[in-house]
Design a protein around this ligand. Structure first.
Ligand SMILES: Cc1cc2nc3c(=O)[nH]c(=O)nc-3n(C[C@H](O)[C@H](O)[C@H](O)COP(=O)(O)OP(=O)(O)OC[C@H]3O[C@@H](n4cnc5c(N)ncnc54)[C@H](O)[C@@H]3O)c2cc1C
Length: 441
């Protein structure tokens, strides 16, 4: 029986443990934090996440999709809150059944760990922070003096991966690594159930304000988790929101309709940390058959397409397909996996950055709003039309790289059409669809 050491019992690591255990592979999972089922651990405050088709497909294969969706809140579109306090829903798709789901990060993580532990071959080791990995012997070291070795190691220790650091600092010759920080950071805020009832529940709310924005995702208990995305420095920035009057002034000026919904705004603002956002790319992801980076440790993306976790779950699904093909010939599995995935994870990284500008600027731009309306009509009329957003979010069968290339070509065409015509009802959908069908990638 093969034995795999997984570093990190987060979302990807816990799901991976289930996939491997189903194949009869023994799994030891080492996690830096305590067990979140027994104690409150500082898991970061991204309380909820948008789960969509790629992630659901990966959960489905281990029978976890329906269980998770039972506790999810569907979000059918973006509810745009203008500066004047008006709202407008921009559906994610013109087709029924195409929506995203707000799920609890902690709830999902716990459900995955519980499921993994049902297999006798899976063991979780908490409070074990990995400090290094010896690429020659395959030994892994932890802060508490523990060491571990398996037939192979898979690192799912997130964006700050210690295993990736070991690759970078000598483990791998000519290791490509880049980390690009966004000038914006984020802070999570809270709308309690009592005021949440004033908001449309089945939507992702956005307050786009060009240089910055706030979003809110519904939670199962009727509350909402808001995230303010704002520059770290500059005129409108976190550095200029250092006291209560400046925060109140900023919110009164920019999000007046949100203030009554957030009774603990000031406490939350000063209690919750300001997080950083960045894109990490690196390569190679493996050291022969000894070790592999997977999920955020290999490719952290900014959260604006809601795909980081979905992509990490897709990683696990693709890896499993390759184990099916090559059994535990880890080197062959990892080489083929890297070749298949790198192109696609680079594509979603680029699209996630681009979507930041779409969310904070374009959703408030009349040409973009018309384009979304046109796309909705196309989706309602033609079963073979998928917007870029739909290709990324609802087409688990389509690689991210194809969604990017085809989606960008479609976007250019539709933006051009909508910049020339203010009334989309006057447009001939058939001839537009013909032009779209001619786009080849
Ligand atoms: C604000 C925000 C919003 C987001 N929203 C979405 C969304 O809506 N949809 C979506 O799909 N994605 C979203 N993401 C991205 C998503 O959170 C990540 O892509 C996902 O968590 C990656 O899973 P992972 O298992 O690779 O890493 P993580 O979930 O970060 O798990 C890593 C695990 O490794 C552990 N660990 C770290 N270092 C060590 C060490 N040295 N030794 C042992 N263990 C260690 C950590 O404690 C953690 O448990 C968002 C991210 C942010 C920041």
């Amino acid at each position: 029986m093969s034995k795999v050491v997984i570093i990190g019992a987060g979302l990807a690591g816990s799901l991976l443990a289930i996939y491997l255990a189903k194949r009869g592979i023994a799994v030891d999972v080492y996690e830096a934090r305590g067990d979140m089922r027994l104690e409150e651990v500082a898991a970061g405050r991204s309380i909820n996440l948008a789960l969509s088709d790629r992630g659901i497909a990966a959960l489905r294969e281990v029978g976890m999709d329906e269980y998770m969706l039972a506790e999810a809140i569907p979000m059918y579109g973006r509810m745009i809150h203008s500066e004047a306090g008006e709202t407008r829903l921009l559906p994610y798709s013109g087709r029924k059944g195409e929506y995203i789901n707000s799920v609890s990060r902690g709830g999902l993580n716990i459900a995955l760990m519980n499921e993994a532990e049902k297999y006798p071959g899976v063991r979780f080791h908490f409070n074990c922070r990995c400090t290094g990995f010896d690429s020659l012997t395959g030994d892994v070291r932890f802060t508490n003096g523990v060491t571990a070795t398996g037939d192979t190691l898979i690192a799912t220790d997130g964006a700050g991966s210690a295993v990736r650091d070991a690759f970078l600092h000598g483990g791998v010759e000519r290791f490509d690594f880049s980390q690009v920080w966004l000038e914006h950071g984020y802070k999570e805020l809270h709308i309690p159930p009592s005021s949440g009832s004033d908001l449309e529940r089945d939507a992702l709310h956005i307050w786009p304000r060009h240089q910055f924005m706030m979003i809110a995702l519904p939670n199962f208990d009727g509350s909402y988790t808001c995230t303010l995305f704002l520059a770290h420095r500059g005129e409108k920035s976190f550095e200029n929101l250092g006291d209560e009057p400046s925060v109140m002034h900023f919110f009164t000026e920019n999000f007046p309709d949100a203030i009554p919904l957030m009774p603990t705004l000031i406490e939350d603002f000063f209690h919750n940390p300001t997080g950083n956002l960045g894109t990490i790319k690196c390569f190679p992801w493996n050291i022969g058959g000894k070790a592999l980076l997977l999920g955020d440790s290999a490719h952290a993306v900014v959260p604006f397409y809601g795909q980081g976790m979905n992509c990490a779950f897709e990683d696990v699904r693709v890896l499993d397909q390759l184990i099916d093909k090559h059994s535990t010939d880890w080197e062959t599995v990892y080489e083929e996996y890297s070749e298949l995935r790198k192109l696609n994870t680079d594509a979603i990284a680029d699209m996630a950055e681009e979507n930041f500008y779409e969310m904070r600027d374009a959703v408030a731009d009349p040409v973009f709003v018309r384009k979304r309306q046109l796309e909705t009509s196309l989706e309602q009329t033609f079963p073979d039309y998928f917007s870029k957003y739909s290709m990324v979010t609802f087409r688990e069968d389509l690689p991210y790289s194809v969604a990017k290339e085809k989606g960008n070509a479609q976007d250019r065409l539709l933006m051009e059409i909508c910049s020339q015509e203010e009334n989309i009802e006057r447009l001939d959908l058939n001839s537009i669809m013909e032009r779209i069908r001619q786009i080849s990638v």
